[in-house]
Design a protein around this ligand. Structure first.
Ligand code: 5CA
Ligand code: ZN
Length: 409
């Protein structure tokens, strides 16, 4: 499917630093050394409701990854999926008595608009689960034929025990894995499974639900994890640089994805770094479509909030921390945007060379956006207090904020 338009990324003088980022699989910071083309896969939305601040915060984190890489003069190959068929989507369509295809199309279109407004760089390939089915079926067949998967009443399950590296992405104990599996789309209590954690690769057609030709698998629809593996391997290949998503994807989604890929290729890990963003909460609880405690990007836009202020509100929090969305967070961002815009509109200011380096340093250090914002704040305050004579500086600041933070002043 089509993605959304790319906003221009201004080139900055000099060159950025290599990205050091937290990898969940090793629970440490690693310095990535991508080739001339850095490769990143970011898990996309399940389009049954509008983009909320939690989604936006997660996509903001991975947008920063790309901006750091672009600043090192690399190209970026970015792939994202849309889980346009899955239980929650079908359940919502049923609840609201609407066609599931129409629901997915509507919410995906709104997501594109939100991403465009927030100046998130678009993926080179934006692939729906449904359009990926022809690539998924042969992978499931291969897993079954090699003994890494088995059939249960027509459904095909992946056997986690076939992967010697199972557990290495999320590093959780068995009880936690079981709990999270039940919470996040798994079915640990289904009788007949070899291991309660085994995830479904292919679900045989159910009465009243959509299904597709699965060749030797029979009619059905794909499981969630194999969807992302098929799309990632098809477009990026094994050993790409970053797989990203919110922290709720570490288990089971990214763990199972790494396992599927291990069973298919004999290699681990599928991604050099597993990068996870913290959860955004509202009123003390994780913002989630299923709970309905949501602040939507599109609603704020309709209310006249500048998308650049929304973006600054996201950037004010470190991507790995869990944080709470409040009106104050937005008000602070609006005030900061006003201050910054006034500053870059003045004819001159203090030199901005050191500021650009501070921003680069902060972002290359595990995407420390709050420190980058504080550096800009300091330049703005200095300009106001003492002025400056560098006529090029406001332009440099404006371009650096745009290129590195995705905020157009
Ligand atoms: N389609 C799958 C991924 S393949 C999925 O998880 N879709 S989603 O719509 O539920 O979430 C999209 C992304 O937003 C995921 O990376 C998820 O971890 C992230 N996300 C969801 N809720 C929050 C939240 N409250 N805070 C931060 N990120 C969130
Ligand atoms: Zn995914």
């Amino acid at each position: 499917m089509h993605a959304w338009p790319a906003s221009e990324v201004p080139a900055l003088p000099g060159k950025g630093r290599d990205l050091r980022i937290h990898d969940t699989a090793t629970d440490g910071l690693i310095t990535l050394d991508p080739g001339p083309v850095a490769r990143i896969y970011v898990c996309g939305i399940t389009p049954y409701d509008a983009t909320h601040m939690g989604h936006a915060a997660t996509y903001n984190a991975f947008d920063l990854v790309q901006r750091v890489w672009l600043d090192t003069k690399r190209q970026v190959h970015y792939v994202q999926n849309v889980t346009d068929v899955d239980d929650p989507l079908l359940e919502r369509a049923e609840r609201d008595a609407i066609d599931w295809v129409a629901l997915a199309e509507k919410e995906t279109a709104l997501f594109r608009e939100d991403m465009t407004a927030l100046r998130m760089l678009p993926p080179r390939q934006y692939i729906g689960a449904v359009e990926a089915i022809p690539g998924i079926v042969p992978l499931v067949e291969r897993l079954r034929d090699s003994g890494a998967a088995y059939e249960l009443e027509g459904d095909i399950y992946f056997s986690v025990e076939s992967d010697p590296d199972f557990g290495k992405v999320s590093r959780l104990d068995a009880a936690t894995m079981r709990l999270l599996s039940a919470e996040r789309g798994g079915d640990p209590d289904r009788p007949g499974k070899k291991n309660p954690l085994d995830p479904m690769l292919w679900m045989a057609a159910r009465e009243g639900e959509p299904s597709w030709d699965g060749g030797s698998l029979g009619r059905g629809r794909p499981g969630w994890h194999i969807e992302c593996v098929a799309i990632a391997l098809d477009h990026l290949g094994m050993g790409f640089d970053v797989q990203g998503g919110g922290s709720d994807l570490a288990f089971p989604h990214h763990e199972m994805g790494a396992s599927h890929a291990q069973a298919l290729t004999g290699e681990f890990p599928m991604a050099k770094a597993y990068v996870h963003a913290g959860m955004v909460a509202l009123h003390g609880e994780k913002m989630s479509k299923s709970k309905g405690n949501l602040v939507f990007v599109s609603k704020l836009r309709r209310d006249g909030v500048d998308p650049a202020a929304i973006r600054l509100a996201l950037l004010a929090h470190h991507y790995r921390s869990d944080w709470e969305w409040t009106d104050q967070v937005l008000q602070d961002a609006v005030a900061r945007l006003d201050r910054w815009r006034a500053a870059v509109s003045r004819p001159d200011g203090p030199s901005a060379e050191a500021l650009v380096e501070e921003m680069r340093e902060a972002l290359a250090n595990d995407l420390d956006a709050p420190t980058a914002l504080a550096a800009v704040d300091r330049w703005v305050a200095l300009q106001q207090e003492r002025g400056g004579t560098d006529e090029g500086a406001p332009g440099v600041v404006s371009r650096a904020v745009d290129a590195l933070l995705g905020v157009a002043l």
